[in-house]
Design a protein around this ligand. Structure first.
Ligand SMILES: [Zn+2]
Length: 373
């Protein structure tokens, strides 16, 4: 079933004959399994007219009528909840501000009612929620669904999020680092849908990334794979929370910028840049140089097809993207310089919440009967 679901996802619609050819399963097996998936309302038949003679073919695609997925992004100061169908179409979205530093209890007091309302609406329509995917600030333990010790997020260290959510809402929950959910959104629904290897770099208060290779999230030995914000960019630079010094995050993040040009917030900084303030201009130029150096390192380490840039800092520097891309070309291996694409994130503010729904889809594709209960 898993193989069939993945194949249908890849092609959106596919015939039983094509499934036999691509999976190597017998036509009898394909016939039985697809029938079972149709009964489960995961897939359905679509009529398609093909060829010059206008012959009718029966195609199989996802059934978008019955199942829903909830994606939740837990941010330090904001949250986002999306509801999607099995094709990742966003049917509903809710976002708001919340003070995450009050700890989990205060957080649930704010967003709990929204989650309840969405869940109850879906049930009232006679539909079923497959699961709840959640993006959280890392580092975190994906298997256990526990936050480890996210910086600037008081009260959440060691919090058993998966267990709490499953008990509270009675839904299977998948917990993932928010840089990785963002990367997964791009891989499943966005720029990487064709299967491209990609790195999603998220720049905000901190800097992180999610790395997708062969269609899968790469985690590493200690789940630290893709901690690009902690690559050393100034060997004698300032001490970082991670224990190292001169990390990219200490200079290239919003905090890093405002530490060098102390003006309150990014809007004030951009005003100073536009007005031609020489200190602000120098700070912006340095920031772009750090970004460019980091991107070169990312290209040479991970060799991705696409690097996607997102996060709260990105809107302030998006106008420089063509310049950065051009400078990047000049510093990469000559034969590869035209192969790396730098792109803005597809889903903006909803990036992580959309990716959170994709974590549930991935679970459904891997273990369909278990996930559907
Ligand atoms: Zn660091």
């Amino acid at each position: 079933m898993s193989v069939i679901l993945k194949e249908i996802w890849k092609h959106a619609q596919v015939s039983r004959v094509e499934l036999v050819a691509s999976t190597g399963l017998t036509s009898g097996t394909i016939s039985n399994l697809t029938q079972e998936l149709i009964q489960l309302k995961v897939i359905r038949e679509y009529q398609s007219i093909s060829g010059l003679v206008g012959r009718k073919r029966v195609m199989l695609g996802f059934d978008l009528r019955y199942y829903r997925i909830i994606g939740l992004d837990i941010g330090r100061s904001s949250f986002e909840i999306v509801l999607t169908d099995l094709a990742g179409n966003k049917l509903q979205a809710t976002e708001g501000n919340v003070n995450g530093h009050t700890g989990p209890e205060g957080y649930w007091a704010v967003i709990g009612p929204y989650l309840e309302a969405i869940k109850n609406d879906v049930i009232a329509e006679g539909l079923k929620i497959v699961g709840l995917g959640v993006g959280v600030p890392g580092p975190m333990d994906h298997e256990k669904g526990i936050l480890i010790n996210p910086p600037n997020f008081k009260g959440w260290a060691g919090y058993p999020l998966k267990e709490v959510l499953e008990r509270q809402y009675g839904l299977p929950a998948v917990i993932e680092d928010d840089a990785r959910t963002s990367a997964l959104a791009e891989s499943r629904y966005g720029l990487g849908k064709s299967g491209a290897d990609l790195v999603f770099v998220t720049m905000g208060i901190g800097i992180g990334s999610g790395v997708i290779f062969n269609g899968e999230i790469v985690r590493g030995t200690n789940s630290l794979y893709g901690q690009v914000g902690h690559m050393t960019i100034e060997p004698n630079g300032m001490r970082c929370e991670c224990g190292n010094q001169g990390c990219w995050e200490t200079v290239g993040s919003i905090i890093g910028i405002l530490r060098r040009f102390d003006c309150g917030d990014m809007n004030a900084f951009m005003t100073a840049v536009r007005e031609g303030d020489s200190d602000a201009l120098r700070c912006m130029e340095e920031t772009l140089r750090y970004l460019e150096t980091a991107l070169i390192n990312i290209c040479n380490m991970y060799d991705p097809e696409i690097i996607v840039l997102g996060g709260r800092l990105f809107p302030y520097i998006s106008e420089y993207l063509p310049v950065i891309q051009e400078r990047l070309r000049g510093r990469l291996f000559a034969f590869a310089k035209d192969r790396v694409l730098l792109q803005p994130a597809t889903f903006g503010e909803s990036q992580s919440a959309m990716g959170a729904t994709a974590t549930v889809l991935d679970a459904l594709f891997s273990r369909p009967l278990e996930v559907l209960g």
